[in-house]
Write a protein that binds this ligand. Structure first.
Ligand SMILES: CC(=O)SCCNC(=O)CCNC(=O)[C@H](O)C(C)(C)COP(=O)(O)OP(=O)(O)OC[C@H]1O[C@@H](n2cnc3c(N)ncnc32)[C@H](O)[C@@H]1OP(=O)(O)O
Ligand SMILES: O=CC(=O)O
Ligand SMILES: [Mg+2]
Length: 532
């Protein structure tokens, strides 16, 4: 099938039946317009990330910006929010897969963040079929029939939709404008916004987004300018778009109020994206010889630097009249093991109780089976109130708290092998087109997998990468483990009745990502190039 493309645009990917309803000339014209207006700035901001990393590698430590002190000390609030975003006690998230979209809308959660990012493998078909699914869902015409003949439809009462486009680092490689790849985030945002914004407003909600992985308020300013341009282009009042920013990089923690300020006309608050946050800490300080985090299972929300960041987020949001959203525990319901399942559910309760008591207005869950218990825990604190925006925190956190990276131990062989196993399993699944997988009874997505591969890299490089039995983690130790864990992963995948075609390639990529001196900034960058 051929499309009519805007001048200067090329699409190098199959146009399957139905794709033409999304890839319309008008929608693609918005992609091209936003690309031409914003791509030089995106590239400049990505360059600034690299320069900042070089300074951190050379010993510079992050701190609050002197040039934005007036914003932190100023008296301002974000614009008021529409009713549809007042109550967000439980937000379910998940990839843009058709059946899951229907299940998530029907889950009983207040809102649903549909994901083109951490939990989605950005295969061309996934991206465009995802847009088709959302187009149908916004108009309440979505349905799905599974292989057993069960039909899925939307209930009368459904969750409020929020959409997470890809982060600034990712391109949409199949679409070029004037010979350059377009930004994945702009592509996802523009197509969704063009097709659905007016319809959503007419139905009493609005175009609501989640913005991932930003490292500075200047990156938030770019999104804000994109929102203004896009709203003007469609003749929709500025401020109709609302967006929640994930604070999931250590550098963004020092600019939370500035990020809210940049987006103040469009802000729906901040979310504590804990998994990418841990990954970001490892990535930013990977060359610092004093820095070495314990294995992933020991880095909970209760360790000092995670606690400081979470509480500072609540404080910043409520001071500025914005929602403070809690993140996601990786625990999921466990089938066929009632005892383990009880433990997992108790873990979810603990997570949501802590967040609600700390002042968060709601939190994320990974699975419909967790909505009711998360809701119960938030209701215990909120009662009949839709949120607790009025709760002001008086504690103060600074650089010392955010950078107090403890604990450094334990690092065990089991922890090392777990990182290798999860990394290979996730990479193989991603290459096959599935961006979120249950592994060893935990939800694993791009953010959690980043932690796995980064820890292996860091333990090899850092003098503190020493196992609890005294052995130093080295490439020679890790390499045979990669082969052994690959065999275990393949056996698991076969036992699940799935295809193992992509897993050898996954192990090769994992080896490169964890054992070569050059540390790839995101695992999804080399993976995306390896994907057709
Ligand atoms: C770090 C971050 O960015 S967190 C945010 C990104 N991560 C996520 O969004 C996690 C999304 N969650 C998931 O993808 C899944 O829950 C997984 C992969 C973790 C587990 O999936 P499964 O093992 O297939 O779950 P399970 O078999 O228990 O599913 C039972 C039912 O719930 C549905 N379901 C599970 N999770 C979700 C979800 N998040 N949204 C909607 N439906 C879901 C399944 O589709 C299935 O439906 P069915 O019974 O109608 O067939
Ligand atoms: O996107 C969420 C995270 O924890 O990462
Ligand atoms: Mg994330």
């Amino acid at each position: 099938m051929s499309l009519t493309l805007p001048v200067g645009m090329q699409i190098n990917a199959p146009i399957l039946s139905g794709f033409e309803h999304i890839l319309t000339p008008e929608a693609l014209a918005l992609v091209a317009k936003l690309h031409r207006a914003c791509e030089p700035r995106r590239q400049e901001l990505l360059k600034q990330r690299v320069e900042r990393q070089a300074r951190i590698d050379a010993g510079e430590m992050p701190d609050f910006l002197p040039e934005t002190k007036h914003i932190r000390e100023g008296d301002w609030k974000v614009a008021s929010l529409p009713r549809a975003l007042e109550c967000r006690r439980v937000e379910i998230t998940g990839p843009v897969e058709r059946k899951m979209i229907i299940n998530a809308f029907n889950s009983g959660a207040d809102s649903y963040m549909t994901d083109f990012e951490d939990s989605n493998s950005p295969k061309w078909d996934n991206q465009i079929q995802g847009q088709i699914n959302l187009y149908d869902a916004v108009r309440r015409q979505i349905s799905h029939t599974n292989e057993a003949g069960k039909t899925y439809r939307l209930n009368d009462t459904i969750a409020t939709l929020q959409v997470r486009p890809r982060g600034w680092h990712l391109d949409e490689k199949h679409v070029t404008v004037d010979g350059h790849r377009v930004s994945g985030g702009i592509f996802d945002f523009a197509l969704f916004f063009f097709h659905n914004a007016k319809e959503q407003i007419a139905r009493g909600a609005g175009p609501f987004f989640y913005l991932p992985k930003m490292e500075s308020h200047l990156e938030a300013r770019l999104w804000n300018d994109i929102f203004c341009l896009a709203q003007d282009e469609l003749g929709i009042p500025r401020g109709s778009i609302k967006a929640t920013v994930l604070i999931e990089t250590i550098l963004a923690t020092f600019e939370m109020e500035e990020i809210l300020y940049e987006l103040r006309e469009h802000s729906a608050g901040l979310n504590a994206g804990r998994w990418d946050y841990i990954f970001s800490c490892i990535k930013k300080f990977k060359k610092n010889r004093d820095f070495c985090l314990a294995q992933r299972s020991a880095i909970t929300m209760e360790v000092p630097f995670m606690r400081a960041y979470a509480l500072a987020l609540v404080k910043a949001c409520h001071k500025r009249g914005a929602p403070a959203m809690g993140g996601m525990s990786a625990l999921i319901p466990i089938k066929n093991d009632p005892e383990a399942n009880e433990k997992a559910l108790a873990g979810i309760r603990h997570d949501k109780t802590r967040d609600a008591n700390d002042g968060f207005d709601g939190g994320w869950v990974a699975h419909p089976g967790l909505v009711s218990i998360a809701m119960e825990e938030f209701k215990k604190v909120l009662g009949e109130r839709p949120n607790q925006w009025e709760k002001q925190r008086i504690d103060t956190f600074g650089a010392r708290d955010f950078l107090n990276f403890q604990p450094e131990q334990p690092i065990t062989e089991t922890g090392l092998r777990n990182n290798i196993n999860v990394g290979i399993h996730y990479l193989g699944s991603w290459l096959a087109g599935n961006g979120c997988v249950p592994i060893h009874n935990l939800m694993e997505d791009a953010a959690t997998a980043e932690i796995s591969r980064s820890q292996v890299w860091q333990w090899v490089v850092s003098p503190k990468g020493i196992l609890d039995d005294g052995r130093k983690v080295t490439a020679d130790m890790v390499r045979p483990m990669i082969a052994e864990e690959l065999a275990k992963v393949k056996a698991t995948v076969v036992a699940q009745g799935e295809d193992t075609t992509t897993y050898d390639q996954a192990a090769v990529i994992f080896d490169k990502m964890s054992l070569t001196p050059e540390y790839p900034e995101f695992l999804t960058l080399p993976l995306y190039e390896a994907m057709e």
